[in-house]
Design a protein around this ligand. Sequence first.
Ligand code: ADP
Ligand code: MG
Length: 386
Amino acid sequence: LLPAAADVGAQSSTLGVMGGGQLGRMFAHAAQRLGYFTAVMDPDVASPAGLVSHVHVQADYLDEQGLAQMLKRCAAITTEFENVPAGALFTLGAHLPAAPDAESVAVCQDRAKEKAHIVRCGVPCAPHAVVETAAQLAAVPEGLLPGILKTARMGYDGKGQVRVRNRAELDAAWATLKGVPCVLEQMLALDFEISVVLARDAHGMTVHLPVQRNLHRDGILAVTEVPAPGVSAALAEEAVAAAARIADGLRYVGVLCVEFFVLQGGQLVANEMAPRPHNSGHHSIDSCDVSQFELQVRCMTGLPLVAPRLHSPAVMLNLLGDLWFDAEGRERTPDWAGVLALPGAHLHLYGKSSARKGRKMGHLTFTAATAEQARAAALQAAALLG
Ligand code: ADP
Ligand code: MG
């Protein structure tokens, strides 16, 4: 459970995270607040989580010596990146408590397995077909077009996806994606998108963040709002119940995010799962009495789960690397002083060494007494950041 005072840096008080990105960094912050030490495994010398952790095992995720280091250093393991090979989690999970477990991560790592799991749980998902062979490509039903061809593995932030209108484009897209295993999904008419972040413990107890409404630009999350505008209590309940069924079906332990589409007819459709805290739950650090990262710590250490309470309406803006460049493509520093002068601003920068277009550099959450005030401040910030 909680670290003992005498345990400075000891294995019994060190929590390990596979992956050193911003999610690992915010996990480390939450773990450290509870008195834990953290160990991060990530090959990048300047990984955001490695920079703030007591131990940084700088090695590839399947590196045997690196994994041995993590085993020696850590009392329990989690992951912040679903593209960490499930094999690494299998190795660690054989010796240490791992939340989530390797099998759950393996399902989330593969869109075909993920869709099959969602269907098995009786939750609606987009009509789709698995494309692993040329024969399967040729046999794709006409009704799935126009659609989106997505690589089964390693996709995130809209990467590894091609929108196709007809068979010729589909064939070309599969060639562009080098013929790797893919899933073709029917293009759905979305009204908007929502997500549910939940935490489930080993006894099957589940708690969740309030349903979030998400706006994506170019396949990347841009804005999250809570409470979710336009989401009725009934729809929110349906989404939370569906996410819980998906977690129960995996006997999942840890933090899980399920993304949903709300179609123009109002129907709820599960899109994908992430076996970890999620970008759309970042607001919880500032808007809830328990954040998604603290829930992750509690899950992996067997500490009690409590239902997070939203104490302030919130609007979160993702800060992509694009903001670090002006219209002529020259590098600049965004107007942080202007942003921080706005009421309710919570600025989170991830300590990444260089800005690139589309790269997640940080996020900015506005909390306020009312949703209108939070939105007004977010709009002012967006104007300032241009
Ligand atoms: P990623 O792993 O990159 O997040 P997603 O499957 O979530 O991939 O797709 C990214 C975004 O693309 C979604 O949030 C949504 O805006 C859009 N999108 C994905 N699939 C569909 C679909 N079948 N119909 C309409 N829009 C889609
Ligand atoms: Mg997504």
